[in-house]
Write a protein of this length. Structure first.
Length: 458
């Protein structure tokens, strides 16, 4: 009808009429006869709005109602519909479509903050054993022997750790067997190399103790048993903390570190019993040993770089060692932020830009705390920062499976610094900074090119 008043149908699914007034206002008039049923349907729609909104078809609403246990009698008597599908269609029409955002997936690379901090401490605490035993072997050949043995242990440990992780893909038993064979062999090789420099005498015993400790510590770190390693180091830490007030004798200086060495070896053996007791993996593939070679070479090159810097700046070695926990934490954060960047970008160029920003952010976060640490310890900041940037970028590339570039670059930088140290006129900071800086820049460019591709993060 027309005129100042007009009645219009309220909709196919509504038992209402809309009364339109002359001033364009409308009043909804409910038709008699099914008002109680309509109210019940409205109440049910309001109750299930959040669950009906995402439904794209009335059949999904019907499945929801069926899961709620609505009987046919209830559908007819309470809601006034002949069957469940009719009620579902009415509800689907009443409730507007709403598609909530999917839940944000958990970060697969979320780091364990406590574990990273603990590992950083565990890298530094063994140095207290050298502080205790130093008066017993502090000769020219003694220092050289421990350095040579340490380099062999460092290189071997890097390669063994990588191979153990590869074997872990085949099962814990294969990983345990790799460590059970490789760790003692590494200790023997390091001891032999150090003894060849030191000759027979008390220093050879300290070389053997250091080699056994590093082998056992490597096993515990690969297996994630950091707390066991910390417990083994308690005697050394306790006695070293008392040095300002107590002067231990020769027996204590040798016996306390020996106690920690034995404890580490026993803890490593006990930690291996679990993996070795598991069932062998059927048909497990054995990766080629050459795959772990670049990791060992990187360990050798990185060790030479750090030790050469430590000849003139001993505290630089301490700062770098303590910072390894932060370095490991930032490796996890880089991977987590890169995964988030993959979800947030739609083009390769956009991801490359974001990846470069993440790399610079993580590098800045790693280097920033080293500046006050260098100033407090008296270490030269420029060289320390350049070595730190080189090591962290190399570890980042290794984490993504790029191993030969970090190994070659670090070995080349170590060779250049070593050659200049031997034949150069003193310690020229400009030349050393040039060597370290070139290595850092080359690795940084490689990281930008390699990790700026989305396929590297798949």
């Amino acid at each position: 009808m027309s005129g100042p008043l007009a009645l219009e149908p309220g909709g196919a699914a509504d038992d209402t009429l809309a009364l339109r007034l002359a001033d364009d206002r409308t009043i909804a008039l409910r038709l008699p006869g099914r008002s109680a049923h309509q109210d019940a349907v409205d109440a049910l729609a309001a109750e299930l709005t959040d669950r009906i909104g995402p439904a794209v078809h009335p059949y999904e609403v019907a499945a929801l109602l069926e899961s709620e246990g609505l009987a046919a009698e209830v559908v007819r008597d309470t809601y006034g519909h002949p069957d469940l599908f009719s009620l579902a269609a009415a509800l689907h029409e009443r409730v507007p479509r709403s598609f909530p955002e999917p839940p944000r997936p958990a970060d697969p690379w979320r780091p364990d903050h406590v574990r990273c901090a603990l590992r950083g401490a565990l890298f530094a605490l063994p140095g207290l054993a050298h502080l205790l035993t130093g008066p017993l072997w502090a000769t020219g050949r003694g220092v050289a022997a421990l350095v040579v043995a340490g380099l062999v242990s460092w290189a071997w440990g890097q390669a063994l750790g990588h191979r153990a992780y590869l074997r872990l893909a085949s099962g814990p038993r294969e990983c345990g067997r790799t460590l059970l064979v490789g760790a003692p062999l590494g200790a023997v090789l390091a001891t032999a190399a150090g003894t060849a420099v030191a000759g027979s005498g008390p220093t050879a015993l300290f070389v053997a103790g250091q080699s056994v400790y590093l082998a056992g510590a490597g096993v515990l770190l690969v297996l994630g048993r950091e707390r066991l390693l910390l417990a083994a180091l308690v005697p050394v830490v306790a006695v070293a903390a008392a040095l300002p007030w107590w002067e231990p004798g020769a027996l204590a200086r040798a016996g306390i570190p020996l106690l920690s060495v034995v404890g580490t070896a026993v803890a490593a053996g006990w930690a291996l019993t679990g993996p070795l007791a598991t069932a062998p993996a059927p048909g497990a593939a054995r990766p080629r040993p050459v795959l772990s070679l670049p990791y060992g070479l990187f360990g050798l090159g990185a060790g030479v770089l750090v030790l050469l810097e430590g000849r003139h700046q001993p505290y630089a070695v301490v700062v770098l060692t303590v910072s390894m926990g932060l370095a490991e934490w930032l490796l996890y954060r880089f991977r987590g932020m890169s995964v988030a960047a993959l979800r947030a970008t739609a083009t390769p160029a956009g991801f490359r830009l974001r990846s470069g920003g993440i790399l610079l952010l993580c590098l800045f976060a790693y280097l920033s705390p080293l500046v006050p640490a260098a100033l407090l310890t008296g270490a030269e900041p420029v060289g320390l920062l350049l070595i730190a940037a080189t090591l962290w970028t190399a570890l980042l590339l290794q984490a993504f499976g790029t191993a030969w570039v970090p190994a070659v670059v670090c070995l080349a930088a170590a060779g250049a610094v070593g050659a200049f140290t031997l034949i150069g006129p003193g310690r020229d900071l400009l030349v050393l900074s040039l060597c370290h800086g070139t290595a850092a820049v080359v690795l940084g460019v490689c990281a930008l090119r390699t990790l700026g591709r989305p396929s590297a993060h798949a």
